[in-house]
Write a protein that binds this ligand. Structure first.
Ligand code: PMP
Ligand code: GLN
Length: 411
């Protein structure tokens, strides 16, 4: 295979999805809902396919199905506080993954630098490298250790952040709410990033796939709404995450036309167009949510409320065990501190970070799967994630109860 792919062989999802599929393993690893997809979302797909509209089964407009881009424009215009032109300012992609790939491939020239905030959703790094770019990492640092924390306790050091910017910097990726921490960046943090983007002429890729999943009292702020930032931000979203149907693999980018140019060129030559029935169905659901936007039943609001007791429960269980949790402000992942857990890992690969060994041990010996967070750090910073395991809690209460039983019996 091509030289530019060398170094991207190891993939935590490929590895742990296989390990977690062993019979009897309770899987709190990969981030996907372990319950029936919402009924209204499933119905929208049934309606799309069964509508008798023969065009639903054929190719549609390459940059986004007309009904879907219109619905996305209706959802995002008020959120972005400006009219979003559906024809020029939206690109529909194969999941948020597809948007991220097309943006990075479409904008980064060899030698360009891309700032990535750690811990980060792992694909950013290989995407930058295969485009010939250079990832430059800056970690969120916890202000406490060895106690229960909030994801808000993890912060960027302003001086360290600025030191990463230079005339080589092309992009910065800001993922809020963040995976795996659950941190939701506050106004002052986003302002700091925005000022640097303007000072160094950098485009911000705002990965906001968990935009609707913030817990009571926490506000998700779109960096594109900060002064001067619409012109230099590409906002990325995901139908899979928004509607708990990760298998639909449909996402989008919203940005000014000039910023989407590169991504559209990559998309038109490697994907061309996304599946029409899925786009029709997502359009249908978005229209429904727009109509009940102010109701508590609107899925944009109800999902976080459904997740809240699961978050509380899991945090309690970890706390009781001395696996101090980092309680997330958004998203559906929780880090738990494993530094106090006395486990013999001497049989496991010495060259792997501790959390990889621990996660493998936990699957084998405890039949419980999580994800090792050092996968969300560059090679020099892996130690920063080594003392945690990431657990996903968008699961049925029964599944969480089984995990709890395993954890309770542990000590
Ligand atoms: N960004 C983040 C932060 C994620 O956690 C994920 C995981 N799904 C993605 C992007 C990719 O989303 P999709 O499944 O829509 O491709
Ligand atoms: N975003 C999900 C996670 O972090 C799914 C990862 C993936 O795309 N395989 O678990």
């Amino acid at each position: 295979y091509a030289n530019r792919l060398k170094g991207s062989e190891k993939n935590v999802w490929v590895e742990f999805t296989k390990l977690a599929s062993e019979p009897g393993v309770i899987n709190l690893g990969e981030g996907f809902p372990y319950f029936q997809a919402p009924e209204h979302v499933v119905k929208s797909l049934q309606k799309a396919i069964g509508s008798g509209n023969k065009f639903v089964h054929q190719y549609t407009r390459p940059f986004g199905h007309p009904r879907l881009i219109k619905a996305l424009s209706e959802v995002y215009s008020p959120l972005l506080k400006r009219p979003v032109d559906p024809m020029t300012e939206v690109l529909v992609s194969v999941g948020a993954f597809g948007s991220l790939f097309c943006i990075i491939q479409g904008m980064v020239n060899p030698g360009d630098e891309v700032i990535i905030i750690e811990p980060y959703f792992g694909c950013y790094e290989p995407m930058v490298r295969t485009a010939g770019g250079i990832p430059v990492f800056v970690p969120l640092r916890p202000s406490k250790h060895g106690v229960k924390m909030s994801s808000a306790d993890w912060k960027l050091d302003p001086k360290e952040l600025e030191s990463k910017f230079s005339d080589k910097t092309k992009l910065i990726v800001v993922n809020t709410p963040n995976n795996p921490l659950g941190k939701v960046f506050v106004q002052s943090e986003l302002e700091m990033v925005a000022e640097l983007c303007k000072k160094y002429d950098v485009v911000c890729v705002a990965d906001e796939v968990y935009e609707w999943m913030t817990y009571p009292g926490i506000e998700h702020i779109k960096i594109a709404t900060l002064p001067g930032m619409w012109d230099r931000t590409i906002t990325v979203g995901s139908a899979g995450k928004t509607f708990s149907v990760t298998g639909w693999k449909l996402g989008w980018s919203v940005a000014p036309e000039n910023l989407l140019m590169g991504a559209k060129l990559v998309h038109q030559n490697c994907v061309y167009t996304c599946p029409t029935p899925i786009q029709e169905a997502v359009a249908e659901v978005l229209e429904l949510e727009i109509d009940r936007r102010d109701s508590v039943d609107c899925y944009f609001k109800s999902l976080a409320l459904e997740l809240l007791p699961k978050r509380e429960k899991l945090a309690q269980v970890f706390e009781r065990l001395g696996m101090h949790p980092v309680v997330p402000e958004g998203g559906y992942f929780m880090l738990a501190d494993i530094s106090q857990m006395k486990v013999d890992l001497s049989d496991y690969n010495k060259d792997e970070p501790k959390d990889f060994k621990f996660a493998k041990w936990m699957i084998k010996e405890k039949k419980l799967a999580g994800i090792p967070p050092s996968a969300f750090y560059c090679s020099e910073h892996k130690h920063m994630g080594e003392n945690y395991i990431r657990f996903c809690f968008i699961k049925e209460d029964e599944t969480l109860k089984s995990a709890e039983d395993i954890l309770r019996k542990w000590k």
